[in-house]
Design a protein around this ligand. Sequence first.
Ligand code: DAT
Ligand code: MG
Length: 150
Amino acid sequence: MEKTFVMLKPDAVQRNLAGEIISRLEKRGLKLVAIKMLRIDNELAEQHYGEHKGKPFFQSLVNFITSAPVIAMIWEGENAVQVARKMMGNTDPQKAEPGTIRGDYALFTGNNIVHGSDSLESAAREIGLFFSPGEIINYKKELEPWVYGD
Ligand code: DAT
Ligand code: MG
C-alpha cells in the first residue's frame, strides 16, 4: 500500500487545527502509520525544501517552517500521495477549492497549513528524512474491507 508524508506546518499547530486535519485524513480512510511532533532545524528545513533552493521565497519558507513545532506524519492508503494532495488543495489557499484543507483554513501561500508529498519519489525521500524505519508501524485495521471493499 502506498505511503505519503504529510506535515502539519507551524500555523496549523498554533491555530489549533491539528486535530481537525488529522480527523479529515482519518475519516477519509487513510491509515496513520507514523506521527511525531518536532521543531525543524535549519539543516532539515533546507534538505526538505531542497528543490526550492534559490527561489525568491526560499528563505521565508525556511524561516516559517523552523519558527514553531510541526507534526510530521506518514499516511498509508491506495494512491495515498495523490489522495492527500487533492485533500490539501492548491498551494495558494486563495485558489484552493472550498472543501480542501487549504481552501477551508488558509488565505496566504506562505502559511498554507499543510505539506504533502507530490510524488512517490518525494514521499520516499521525505519519509526517510523525518522517520527511521522502526518508527513506522505496520498494522492491520479491521475496517479496511469497509473502506476498499473485499
Ligand atoms: P506545495 O506545498 O503545494 O507542494 P511547493 O512545493 O511548490 O507547494 O512549495 C512549497 C511551499 O513553499 C509552499 O507550500 C509554500 C511555499 N511557496 C511556494 N510557492 C511560493 C510563492 N510563490 N511565494 C511564497 N511561498 C511559496
Ligand atoms: Mg511541494
